[in-house]
Each structure stands twice: as structure tokens, then as C-alpha cells.
Design a protein around this ligand. Structure first.
Ligand SMILES: Nc1ncnc2c1ncn2[C@@H]1O[C@H](COP(=O)(O)OP(=O)(O)OP(=O)(O)O)[C@@H](O)[C@H]1O
Ligand SMILES: [Mg+2]
Length: 506
């Protein structure tokens, strides 16, 4: 009898123009948490999609509970085998309720009718067990992304799966939710379930992981106990080289003021925001999830209406009522939710890069100059080393991290004065993060003002020249590199919560 609950041997899978998996071995024991690590495009999602019936393998053998599974795994047979997956990109039906999503495809019926009450009750029990405070009848589309993610987790657990795959489950969760998720994972492991855990947040691993499998370029690299590996080992095996500087910093002389925001108010989450941005600096906007950072960038970029406030570009007041106003004034945004707001996933990489730049690549008759277009696309994609067979593949077929690179790359071609990045490195691997930091540095050296939000404290501290901290829609503090520490940022980021606590305890 084998000690493994799942064994995948010599799995090969190709997509048109890409060998996504090249004879990969992977195995997991009952009651263990296995991290599956690798750079963007290494093949992690493809491997777990084969195990969960989303894709079929070209070659290779799969053994489940010690028995060879000869044919393809389908989504239905995966469920019967006790395999559940929480996908990297959210897969909820946003117009349905939480309970309807949890029971999608296996609805409870009575006398030929949907037993809504039962499904609501069952869902409430599952949510309760996971300590998720969401009503089963809430429409999923009305929930914040982090809550939708928790529903996705509840859905996977509701099937009583023995093998649970989590493909970057924490990328949209708050710190508190991450802690709760970890305690759920530990409970599940103690119940004897196996968890395959994919994440680019390597600092998370120490809290939950027993073993680690590393992949690179579609190939298996190593599998070992987490305790036998150092972080340097893990990174160099993932990337295939040493990463010397995780946070490359370049010093630039500070030039003139480019952007000035004065008393900006927009809805409940943007209140009286004032700050300046100078040539040659990167300003990081720190805060906890829900602090209003995204809302602030949206108001600034003209997506959401402003209630009051002024914006000055090089001391000249500008009116930004819609994104086009912002773009025409040289302010561009790489948004947080790349799939929904940052990309046209059905279009090619080429089209995604060309679209916002048609004014540059079209001639006077509005006809696209293909030579210009190709030059622009080639430059943008090579600067970021976007991994793809060619630029005509759809943006949807790229790995998560490479999609993010396209979102950022398309703005490079423009002559921008201010570039705003909202969580630019979410879901991005260690090496690609460094590329994005280098890009920010490059922009700053060109005299462009860079504004970026991030929930990752080391990144904010490592890359910003100056930091603004937000809490509850307001700016609660400003720090320069020399004085900033994790604790100081946290202190500002929880200013109102603390006040509330002390009011409550008084
Ligand atoms: N449906 C698809 N069609 C074509 N190519 C695909 C498809 N899915 C994945 N690929 C390609 O297969 C390779 C592996 O992608 P995969 O999504 O498995 O990477 P990953 O390790 O999960 O990366 P990330 O960390 O960015 O999520 C990539 O080159 C990707 O572009
Ligand atoms: Mg993936």
C-alpha cells in the first residue's frame, strides 16, 4: 500500500505553442499540507487543474488512493473522488446568492423543486463552522472580493473533500482572514485531509506547510520537507538563480512638484485627502484592507465621482471627471482587479497593449500602423519578459502573474507624468516582483511620479521614498524612509480602530 493519497507521475501537458508541463511528478500524503511553488507560468495551476478535472493530461499516470485512474479526470469524477479546488481567479456566479453558489451543480431538490431553505440552512452551518460572517442569502456580487474568496473556500469545503487544492487563496484576504484560513487549514489537516497550497507569499509557508514541491518552466525541480529548506534555497530553486536584492532601491534627486491633491472627498471611503507627489519619487500608500486606498486611486483617476477637492498637475488645476481626462493629462492607473478592470481577457496581448494607445499608433485616418503597433508591443513585452509563445495569444491564456505584467506594460508606451499602481505585485512571483520594482525605479528616474498601494509591508518599506498611511478613508500619517518601521505604519493604519477600542473599553 502506498503512503500517498495522490500520485501524479510524468505528467505532460501542452497548449498551442506552450509545453506547460514536462514530465512532472507530484505526490501528497493524507493529512499533510503541501506547498506547490514556482514562478509565474511555471505550470502550478495547470497541474492542479489536471487533478481537478479542468484540463486533461496528454501523458502521464495518476494514482488516487493507491489506485490508478486510467481515464481523464472530469469535474464530476473529481468531486466523487473527494477532490475540490479553489481557483486562483474567482469563479463565482455573481448574480446568485451565497447558498446558490455553494450548492451550484449539486442543488438539493424536493419534489422536483429547489429546496432553498435546506440549502440556506446547510450553507449557514458551513459558514458558521468556518467562522465566516456572511448571510447565505446575500448576492455574491455584492460582497467584497475577500468575502467572495471566503465563500469560494466554504464551497470547496462543503463537499467534504479529502484533497483540497487552494490556488493562491490569500491574495485577496485581509490579515485577519488569512489567520482564520490558516486555522481552518490546520483543522482540516488534523482531520486527515490533504491540502495542496499554491502561493507567492513565501512568508506564509512557515505557518502551515509540511512539505514543498518546486516547479520551474513546466518541470519538477524538487520535493522536500519544509524544515529542510531555507528561504534562499526555495527562491533559488524557483527562479534558477540567486536573487541578490529583493528590494532594489535607486536614489534620485527630488525634482519639482508634479501632482498635488487637495482636500479630495469621494463617498465614505475618501475623506479629505491631501498630498503632493514630486518628480523622482515613489510614494507608497499603506493601510489595512478596507482603508480606502483603492477608492482613493479610483477617485483620482476619475472612475468614481468626487464630492469635492482639487487636483493640480505641475501647479495647474486639472478637472478629472472620467478616466479619459486622467489619461489625457498624463495620469494612468494599473488597477487592483486585473481580470475585471485591467484587461480584456478575450483579446490578445497585442490588442490589450495597443488599445489604450491607439492615438499613438493610428495615422490621421484612424488606421492602425501595424509596424508601429508591433514595435510598441515588442518593446513593452520584452521590457517585462512576459512569458508567452507570441503576442497574439489571448490574455486569458497567460498565467496570473504574466497577465499582471500586461496590465502594467500597456501604460509604458504612453508619455505619462504620474503612474498609479494599485497592488501591482499581487499574485506575482519573487523574480517578477523585482522586475516591477525595477520598472517603478525606471519610471522614477525618468521623472515620472509613482504612486502605489500595497498591503505588503516589506514592499512598502523596501521600495517607497515616502509613505502615506491611510485608515478609514483618511490619511493618518506620513513617513519618510529613514523613520519608517513596520510598527509605525501599523500604528497609523489602526489609528481609528484603536480609538474605537479605547472608547469602547472606557
Ligand atoms: N488555457 C490555456 N491556454 C493556453 N496556454 C495556457 C493555458 N493555461 C495555461 N497556459 C500556459 O501554460 C503555462 C503554465 O501556466 P500556469 O497557469 O499553469 O502557471 P502558474 O504556475 O499557475 O503561474 P502563476 O503563478 O502566474 O499563476 C503558461 O505559459 C501559460 O501561459
Ligand atoms: Mg497559477
Amino acid at each position: 500500500m502506498t503512503e500517498y493519497i495522490v500520485e501524479m507521475k510524468q505528467i505532460t501537458k501542452s497548449f498551442p505553442g506552450v509545453l506547460a508541463l514536462d514530465h512532472v511528478d507530484f505526490s501528497i500524503k493524507p493529512g499533510e499540507v503541501m506547498a506547490l511553488l514556482g514562478e509565474n507560468g511555471a505550470g502550478k495551476s495547470t497541474l492542479v487543474k489536471i487533478l481537478s478535472g479542468v484540463h486533461t493530461r496528454d501523458e502521464g499516470e495518476i494514482y488516487i488512493y493507491g489506485k490508478e485512474h486510467k481515464g481523464d479526470i472530469t469535474p464530476v469524477s473529481a468531486r466523487e473522488l473527494g477532490i475540490a479546488i479553489i481557483h486562483q481567479e474567482l469563479n463565482m456566479c455573481s448574480h446568485l446568492s451565497v447558498a446558490e453558489n455553494i450548492f451550484l451543480g449539486r442543488e438539493i431538490c424536493k419534489s422536483g423543486r429547489l429546496a432553498k431553505k435546506e440549502m440556506n440552512n446547510e450553507s449557514a452551518k458551513i459558514l458558521d463552522r468556518l467562522k465566516i460572517d456572511i448571510h447565505p442569502e446575500t448576492i455574491v456580487g455584492n460582497l467584497a472580493i475577500s468575502k467572495q474568496q471566503m465563500v469560494e473556500i466554504a464551497k470547496a469545503l462543503s463537499t467534504d473533500a479529502k484533497i483540497l487544492i487552494m490556488d493562491e487563496p490569500t491574495s485577496a484576504l485581509t490579515n485577519k482572514e488569512i489567520k482564520e484560513l490558516f486555522s481552518i487549514i490546520r483543522t482540516l489537516r488534523d482531520e486527515g485531509r490533504s491540502i495542496i497550497y499554491i502561493s507567492h507569499r513565501l512568508e506564509e509557508l512557515q505557518h502551515i506547510v509540511d512539505r514543498v514541491t518546486i516547479m520551474r518552466d513546466g518541470k519538477f525541480v524538487l520535493c522536500d520537507d519544509f524544515a529542510n529548506l531555507t528561504m534562499e534555497n526555495i527562491i533559488s530553486n524557483m527562479v534558477g538563480r540567486e536573487i541578490k536584492e529583493k528590494f532594489p532601491r535607486v536614489q534620485c534627486p527630488i525634482g519639482k512638484k508634479i501632482l498635488s491633491v487637495k482636500n479630495l472627498n469621494a463617498g465614505r471611503m475618501v475623506r479629505d485627502i491631501s498630498f503632493d507627489l514630486y518628480e523622482g519619487e515613489i510614494v507608497g500608500i499603506a493601510g489595512l484592507m478596507g482603508a480606502g486606498r483603492t477608492e482613493m486611486t479610483r477617485a483620482l483617476f476619475g472612475i468614481d465621482p468626487k464630492d469635492s477637492g482639487e487636483i493640480f498637475l505641475e501647479d495647474k488645476e486639472v478637472k478629472i471627471n472620467k478616466p479619459l481626462d486622467a489619461i489625457n493629462n498624463g495620469i494612468v492607473l494599473a488597477p487592483e482587479d486585473r481580470k475585471k478592470d485591467g484587461l480584456c481577457t478575450g483579446l490578445s496581448v497585442r490588442d490589450n497593449i495597443a488599445l489604450p494607445n491607439l492615438d499613438i499608433i493610428c495615422n490621421k485616418l484612424s488606421v492602425v500602423n501595424h509596424k508601429k503597433e508591433t514595435e510598441m508591443v515588442d518593446e513593452a513585452t520584452s521590457k517585462f519578459s512576459i512569458k508567452m509563445p507570441n503576442s497574439d495569444v489571448s490574455a486569458a491564456s497567460l498565467s496570473g502573474g504574466n497577465q499582471q505584467k500586461v496590465v502594467v506594460a500597456k501604460w509604458l508606451a504612453r508619455d505619462s507624468k504620474v503612474v498609479i499602481f494599485d497592488e501591482p505585485t499581487r499574485g506575482i512571483d519573487v523574480a517578477a516582483k523585482v522586475e516591477i520594482y525595477n520598472l517603478m525605479n525606471q519610471l522614477k528616474q525618468q521623472g515620472i511620479g509613482v504612486l502605489f498601494t500595497s498591503s505588503e509591508m516589506p514592499e512598502i518599506l523596501g521600495i517607497s521614498d515616502r509613505m502615506i498611511v491611510m485608515c478609514d478613508g483618511r490619511i493618518t500619517g506620513e513617513l519618510n524612509t529613514a523613520e519608517a518601521t513596520q510598527n509605525k505604519i501599523l500604528e497609523y493604519a489602526t489609528r481609528f480602530e484603536k480609538k474605537l477600542e479605547s472608547e469602547q473599553s472606557a
